[in-house]
Design a protein around this ligand. Structure first.
Ligand code: AMP
Length: 223
């Protein structure tokens, strides 16, 4: 059975980590728009050139660019059985465009990962990620250790400094949080408590996915 998931949550809510675990468990591609943009910046492509300054200021890259980018990616063969989207949609126009892209492919499963504001600020300003693969540094490691995935060095993300973090959280509240209302009425919408150890969050997500599958099967059975 196919599974199309979006992870909704503020920067620092743990969406990336959980999206990666879920995608691995389900054998689906994880599509992180932040990772795609950061790679484009590193490679100096036209997309990267357009996105660099916007990202460094904590603002959002334009809807048209993001919708085209995701539309193209979701059309690739590995998305045939579904996907886990991390960081998209982030605005109401992006959500409407995504609704159109997946229309007729079964319901979207929406996982709203909720974390209190003060926890987000603390997590973001202390977060270290691998310079080479973007993987988050595990709590048992120190910044002097090599990345446990690829051996790269841990660094702070350019947009994880305090001033930009504040801006990103404000942008989240204004532009992205309204998506909770956009999706809340779906029987496949779930709120997950993200202020728990990562393994507990993963377990809650596993249960939400099982309930989502049951809800989707029910609605197929009724129609
Ligand atoms: P993230 O890694 O998801 O926190 O994304 C890092 C930055 O990339 C964001 O602060 C935005 O500047 C940009 N970005 C990522 N996804 C999107 C999106 N769906 N729409 C607009 N900008 C995005």
């Amino acid at each position: 059975m196919s599974l199309r998931v979006i992870m909704l949550g503020a920067p620092g809510a743990g969406k990336g980590t959980q999206a990666e675990r879920l995608a691995e468990r389900e054998g689906l591609p994880k599509i992180s728009t932040g990772d795609i943009l950061r790679e484009a910046v590193t490679r100096g492509t036209p997309l990267g050139e357009a996105a660099k300054e916007v990202m460094e200021s904590g603002h959002l890259v334009g809807d048209d660019i993001m919708i085209a980018l995701v539309g193209e990616r979701l059309g690739e063969a590995d998305c045939g059985r579904g996907f886990v989207l991390d960081g998209f949609p982030r605005t109401v126009p992006q959500a409407r465009a995504l609704d159109g892209m997946v229309a007729g492919h079964g319901p979207l499963t929406v996982l709203h990962v909720k974390v209190p504001l003060e926890v987000l600020v603390r997590r973001l300003s202390t977060r270290m990620v691998c310079h080479d693969c973007g993987h988050n540094m595990a709590p048992e490691l120190t910044p002097a250790d090599p990345c446990d995935r690829c051996g790269g060095a841990f660094v702070q993300r350019a947009d994880d400094n305090q001033e930009v973090v504040r801006e990103r959280l404000k942008v989240y509240e204004e532009e992205t949080e309204p998506l909770v209302e956009h999706y809340r009425a779906l029987p496949t919408f779930f709120t997950v408590d993200g202020d728990q150890p990562a393994d507990r969050v993963s377990e809650d997500i596993r249960q939400a996915i099982a309930r989502s599958r049951a809800a989707a099967a029910g609605s197929v059975g009724r129609s």
